[in-house]
Design a binder for this molecule. Structure first.
Ligand code: PLP
Length: 409
C-alpha cells in the first residue's frame, strides 16, 4: 500500500493532510512516511528471504540519522562511501559487522577509521588502495577483511550519469586486473580477501543487466576457483517515478540470486538505496510567483535545485502534486522552476495542469532518495527541514539550517 497518496483531491501523508503540515512547518521541507519506509525495507527483505542476504542500505541515497535509526531497527546494515557516512551509520547504531565501505577514492583517514571500527568489508577499487590498506593494517597490527570491486562491463539501461558498470567507467577493476590483484592480495599479510563486489548503476528497472552480471560472476568463479565468502551485488534497483513506468520484477531476480548463492555457497550482500527510500518522501513547496513568459507561464517555487538536484543533474522527472486539487484544469503550458539563478533550475513542464495560484502549495513526489542528500547551500540558501510522519503523528527529524549558521560559516 502507498502511504503517500491523494484522497478526495488532497494529498495525505499517512493519516495527515499534507496541507496541514505545510501550515505548521516552514516550506520548503522534506516530508517522509515512516510506514512507507518500513514497508519498502520489509518487502525487499521478504522478496529475498530465501537467500538471507545482508542488506546494507546505501547511505548516500539518504543519510538522515532518524531514518538510519529506523532502518537499523528493521535489521539493516549500511553501505557507506565516506568517513561521514561511516560515522553516521555507527551513530545510528548499525552494527559495524553489517557495514561495507565502497568508493574509488578512500583516504588514509577513512581507511584507518574503517579498520578501527572493524567493519565487515572495505571494497577495494585499485591496487594502490589495497597497498595502502595493507600498510595501515600492518601499522595497526590488524588483518583487514576486504572485497574487491569488479567492473563487469555490464551497463544497466539507465541515465548515462548513473551508469557505473561499463568498461570505460572509473569504478572497479576489469577482469584481468581483477585476477592479478587477487593474486597479489593473497601475498599481502595484513589483508584477508573475502568479497567480490559489483555495482553497475542506479535506477535500473529491468532485471536483464542484473542477470548478465550474475552470468559474468558465474564464469569468473568457475574459472578462477577463488573462494569468496561474500558476493556483494550492489544496489541499483529502480522505482517507478510516474504511473506509466513499470516496477522492476525483483521476485524474478531473487530466484536467480538464490540459485547463484546456493551453487556457489556464498553469502549475498545487497546495497539498495533508492528502492528503500525513493518513494518515502515528498518535497513540499510554496508557489511564490506565477509569471507570464513566451507561450507559457512560469510557476516559481520556493524550492530550487539546491534542495532537489536530480532534475538538473540527471534530467529526472518528479511528479508535481498540488496539496489541494481544484476540479478545474489550466489549458496552457506551465513550467515549474525554482528561485536559483541558474537556467537549469527547472523541475517540469506541464500541460493541462490543475488550476493553481500564487501562495498555493505543491509537492514534488518520490524525493526520498538522492533528494536531501544531494542538496546544497548554492546561492547561499539554507538547507531545509525534514519531517517524518507516522500514522497521525508528525515530528521534525532535521531542523532547517538557521540563517545565522548559514551566514557565519
Ligand atoms: C557502490 C554503490 N552501492 C549502492 C548504491 C545505491 O544505488 P541505488 O540507490 O540505485 O540502489 C550506489 C549508488 O549509486 C553505489 O554507488
Amino acid at each position: 500500500m502507498d502511504h503517500i497518496r491523494i484522497r478526495k483531491n488532497s494529498l495525505w501523508i499517512e493519516n495527515i493532510l499534507a496541507f496541514k503540515l505545510a501550515r505548521i512547518y516552514k516550506t520548503p521541507f522534506y516530508c517522509y512516511s515512516l510506514s512507507q519506509l518500513k514497508n519498502n525495507f520489509n518487502s525487499f527483505n521478504n522478496i529475498f528471504k530465501a537467500t538471507k542476504p545482508i542488506i546494507c542500505f546505501s547511505v548516500k541515497s539518504n543519510s538522515n540519522l532518524t531514518l538510519l535509526r529506523e532502518l537499523k531497527k528493521l535489521g539493516s546494515g549500511a553501505d557507506v562511501v565516506s568517513i561521514g557516512e561511516l560515522l553516521k551509520a555507527i551513530k545510528a547504531g548499525i552494527n559495524p559487522k553489517k557495514i561495507v565501505f565502497s568508493g574509488v577514492g578512500k583516504t588514509e583517514e577513512e581507511i584507518r577509521t574503517a579498520i578501527n571500527k572493524k567493519i565487515l568489508l572495505i571494497n577495494v577499487e585499485s591496487e594502490s588502495e589495497a597497498n595502502l590498506i595493507n600498510k595501515i593494517s600492518k601499522k595497526l597490527s590488524r588483518k583487514t577483511s576486504i572485497g574487491i570491486r569488479l567492473n563487469p562491463n555490464v551497463t544497466g539501461k539507465t541515465h548515462k550519469k548513473i551508469s557505473t558498470g561499463g568498461k570505460n567507467e572509473k569504478f572497479g577493476l576489469l577482469y584481468k586486473d581483477y585476477i592479478n590483484l587477487c593474486q597479489k592480495i593473497n601475498k599481502m599479510r595484513n589483508l584477508k580477501l573475502e568479497g567480490l563486489s559489483v555495482h553497475i548503476g542506479s535506477q535500473i528497472t529491468s532485471i536483464k543487466p542484473f542477470k548478465e552480471v550474475l552470468s559474468v560472476l558465474n564464469k569468473i568463479l568457475n574459472k578462477t576457483k577463488i573462494n569468496f565468502k561474500f558476493i556483494d551485488l550492489g544496489g541499483g534497483m529502480g522505482i517507478p517515478y510516474s504511473s506509466k513506468e513499470k516496477k522492476i520484477n525483483l521476485k524474478q531476480y531473487s530466484i536467480l540470486v538464490q540459485k547463484f548463492s546456493k551453487n556457489k555457497n556464498v553469502k549475498i550482500i545487497f546495497e539498495p538505496g533508492r528502492f528503500i527510500v525513493g518513494n518515502t518522501a515528498v518535497l513540499i513547496s510554496k508557489i511564490i510567483y506565477i509569471k507570464k513568459g513566451n507561450n507559457k507561464k512560469f510557476v516559481i517555487l520556493n524550492a530550487g535545485m539546491n534542495n532537489l538536484m536530480r532534475p538538473a543533474l540527471y534530467d529526472s522527472h518528479h511528479q508535481i502534486i498540488p496539496l489541494k486539487r481544484t476540479n478545474k484544469l489550466f489549458k496552457g503550458n506551465l513550467e515549474f522552476v525554482g528561485p536559483v539563478c541558474e537556467n537549469s533550475d527547472k523541475f517540469a513542464n506541464q500541460k493541462n495542469f490543475w488550476q493553481i495560484k500564487e501562495g498555493d502549495y505543491i509537492a514534488l513526489a518520490n524525493v526520498g532518495a538522492y533528494g536531501m542528500s544531494l542538496s546544497s547551500n548554492y546561492n547561499t540558501r539554507p538547507t531545509v527541514a525534514e519531517v517524518m510522519v507516522s500514522g497521525s503523528k508528525h515530528k521534525m527529524i532535521k531542523k532547517r539550517q538557521s540563517l545565522e549558521n548559514l551566514v557565519n560559516n
